[in-house]
Ligand binder design. Structure first.
Ligand code: KG4
Ligand code: ZN
Length: 349
């Protein structure tokens, strides 16, 4: 394994981020810097991410952020082996800013460019933080994505399940908005739920019991709206009860969906792990992974099924550039060719 050091750039949503990550010849990896600028303040007044505001904020912040990442890592561009930039999926304005910047640096400094799929970044993070070996399962639950992915190897991913409507974080955000709670909704709903009665409302658990591994959350949001209308005006206790009941429905849904995913994994890879004595792993990523009740549900499910539950530190679970640098490094280490400088960003990928 050659020594590799990579500069990563992430601009696919509302975080502008740059990072430097390296791996030595023994395979030890090091995060040399990890700079993230959240645009939360600029979007919160609108109750969600505004694409045009996001793109402009990336333009304003990115160059300085990259300099900061290099400075904190105590390296210059001469000392990095490659540039890795997110090229999709995400908001096209932001992707253009990050990828064009990556291309320009690659061209000017004469370094190879790796155009990274944002989801691949999330998928490979657990190998940096926990040294996982392939294959493993990954549940990505953020404001934009809800996916269950089989990670077979670098560049080898199978999507086993996805949402057919809202992402899970989006369902939290919309529920919060309906109840007059602040954006982002996840933390607010979780906080309110602590004082609530989870059994007061029997909210739907979409797709529970179905063999396919997909998710659906828009019906749940509709049920919340209906319940809120039925008992309006809402007292604080009503809001707390709705939040607790909502979270319970989500928790039960995940238990069913992911439980099926673990079973499928066992069926497909019966002999992989006993040989090494290593348990198979379920990795969780995305902002919703911060939710303690959902974490508890997943942990219990893993314990019951003989899986190891891996939740990387939240800073690396949410959007960041370390995961992009790392994915570039993993690709480079497999000997994969870099991308051509005319590579285009892909909003949907
Ligand atoms: O990965 P992330 O930081 O960013 C993007 O999606 O781009 O995820 C943000 C999402 C938001 O929808 C937010 O409401 C949700 O993660 N979230 C949570 C919690 N903290 C953040 N959802 C449930 N419980 C939480 N504690
Ligand atoms: Zn993400």
């Amino acid at each position: 394994v050659p020594f590799l050091r990579i500069l990563g750039i992430e601009t696919s949503c509302d975080e502008t981020a740059a990072a430097v990550v390296e791996r030595d010849a023994e395979g030890h990896s090091n995060v040399l810097s990890d700079v993230v600028l959240s645009q939360l303040d600029e979007h919160s007044a609108y109750g969600g991410v505004v694409p045009e505001i996001a793109a402009r904020a990336h333009v304003e912040a990115l160059a300085e952020l990259i300099e900061e990442a290099l400075k904190r890592a105590n390296v210059s561009l001469d000392d990095v082996d490659a540039i890795a930039a997110t090229s999709g999926p995400g908001l096209i304005g932001g992707l253009l800013v990050g990828l064009m910047t990556g291309k320009a640096i690659a061209r000017a400094a004469g370094k190879p460019l790796y155009a990274i799929n944002h989801l691949e970044g999330h998928a490979l993070t657990a190998r940096l933080t926990d040294g996982l070996s392939f294959p493993y399962l990954m549940l990505l639950v953020s404001g934009g994505h809800t996916q269950l992915i089989l990670v077979r190897g670098v560049g080898q991913y199978e999507r086993w399940g996805t949402t057919i409507d809202d992402a899970l974080g989006e369902a939290f955000d919309k529920t919060a908005k309906l109840l007059g709670l602040p954006y982002p909704g996840g933390p607010a709903v979780e906080r309110m739920a602590q004082a609530g009665n989870p059994d007061r409302f029997d909210f739907p658990r979409p797709l529970v019991g179905e063999a396919r591994l997909d998710f659906s959350f828009s019906g749940l949001k509709t049920a919340v709206r209906q319940a809120a209308q039925d008992i309006a005006p809402l007292s604080d206790q009503d809001v707390a009860d709705i939040c607790a009941s909502f979270q319970k429905a989500v928790s039960r849904t995940l238990k069913d969906r992911i439980g099926r995913g673990l079973q499928r994994f066992k069926t497909e890879f019966p002999a992989t792990f006993p040989a090494t004595g290593e348990k198979p792993a379920l990795v969780v990523a995305g902002g919703v992974a911060a939710n303690l009740e959902l974490r508890g549900t997943l942990q219990a499910l893993c314990d019951k099924n003989g899986f190891r539950f891996v939740a990387p530190p939240l800073r690396l679970c949410t959007d960041n550039a370390v995961m992009i640098a790392w994915a570039g490094l993993e690709r480079m280490a497999t000997g994969a060719a870099p991308d051509a400088l005319d590579v285009q960003p892909r909003s949907r990928w």
